[in-house]
Write a protein that binds this ligand. Sequence first.
Ligand code: G4P
Length: 532
Amino acid sequence: MSLAREISKRRTFGIISHPDAGKTTLTEKLLLFGGAIQSAGAVKSNKIKKTATSDFMEIEKQRGISVATSVMAFNYKNVKINILDTPGHKDFAEDTYRTLTAVDSVILVIDCANGVEAQTKKLMEVCRMRNTPVIVFINKMDREGRDPYDLLDEIENTLNIKVRPLSWPIGIGSSFKGVYNIYEKNLNLFDSNKTKVQRNIVSIKDLNDPTLDDILGISADKLREDLELIEGVYDEFDVEKYKLGELAPIFFGSALNNFGVQELLDTFITIAPFPRGRETNLRLVEPTENKLSGFVFKIHANLDPNHRDRIAFLRICSGKFERNKFYYHVRNEKKIKFSNPTSFMAQDKSVIDEAFPGDVIGLYDTGIFKIGDTLTEGEKMEFKGIPSFSPEIFKELINKDPMKTKQLEKGIQQLTDEGVAQLFIQQPGNRKIVGTVGELQFEVIQYRLLHEYAASAEFQPKALYKACWMTTNDETKLENFIARKAQNIAKDKDNNYVFLAPTKFLLESAEKDYPEITFHTTSEFKRTLVEG
Ligand code: G4P
């Protein structure tokens, strides 16, 4: 099969949601439709099995969360679907942000009772930054929830995206009767069933058809009114606007009851974009180029703490990946080959011989990879858009055992390469300030340092507000700022200067006093940063 054909068959996406909206349930149901798993409950039970086999994962089990981001691939109607799963816990949001750099589109799950929640907003901000196409699935329609019009308004107003319903609910909660598929002009009638695929479809081409009244009774007129209103208020669905990330089609359903999921999946494979060109620091790379390129967006620690090797997740952007072929590791300036690259089909890992743009493969990593690393066939380019976001909590790492300084250095370096947290080094004294988006990472780091590196450490809270990367056209001013604020200046993992602003007020003062310097709370501008 030609490369272009392989590419057009692939859909690589992420499911995002505020915790508890139903992301895991929907993922599982998609896998069920795709025939990738045989029974409901398999995804969750897999999570538990994994956590039971490792100490590190014990932390997750105790807290009932899934730290790992995994990849699940399956075939559906001759399309290869790659789902990049993201951790639901908010403390691992950064992991999710990075995973979003490796997808071509997303499905956003919203709980019909809670509407747009805190984490929904943050995740959508990241999608909006890169104009990622979004399909919205409003879930839990079998439960009492909010008025659908309210939900649509809230999505438009708070998530900064236009919406267009492609299905419409009839009732909600105890009165939920099903959805009308606006595009296919049929009714899908709801019947609570958690294990089976539900498809009770009645074609209603003309809304005046009396069959509608026979089936829905008094709800038929309400549906007619709603549909008339929708057609009046919302423009026709424009797939190009969806692909530009400007318009989100909306579906209603109940993941737990397998309801509305197939409509979602069928529309998804029809409209979702296949792998597209990606920007590097040098040029746009088209997926159809013959030479391989790809980037590492996640590094996963071995679940067995006795083996320190890791798995680097590589998103393929162009060309064909082949087992045992030499590729160029741009940052290390070295050629390497991989004898056991793995693919992830549903829950099975298997060694593969080849992979194509859109695919995500696992590469055994003995410590050579960092998040954001690029592999090519020789070209010295780097993919854009694996930004670091300013952490929200900062703590200083204190060594409790001077005999183990080396282990601690190595451990914290490797853990931050994996992206567990961000490390900022402050002078004098090489002080290590660790920044995260949640408290949980500090526990994970402390635990892993001790169990994997035999290094005992503790954290001392630092009252800091944000880490800001800096750009300027006036080098002298920047040098002046760095000298004056020395006690709040540090360097990040790439040796960039960072201003650790103690408070919002002090950041604003710095912005006022130094108008020549721009302070960024993401490192998206990395390429233009002044290196220290
Ligand atoms: P998450 O990954 O987004 O965090 O959410 P998850 O799928 O784990 O779902 C959170 C809870 O919501 C689960 O209940 C799940 O069963 C329930 N849920 C998901 N979809 C629906 C739906 O369509 N209708 C209803 N009524 N509930 C739904 P739980 O009690 O927390 O977990 P469990 O014991 O059922 O596994």
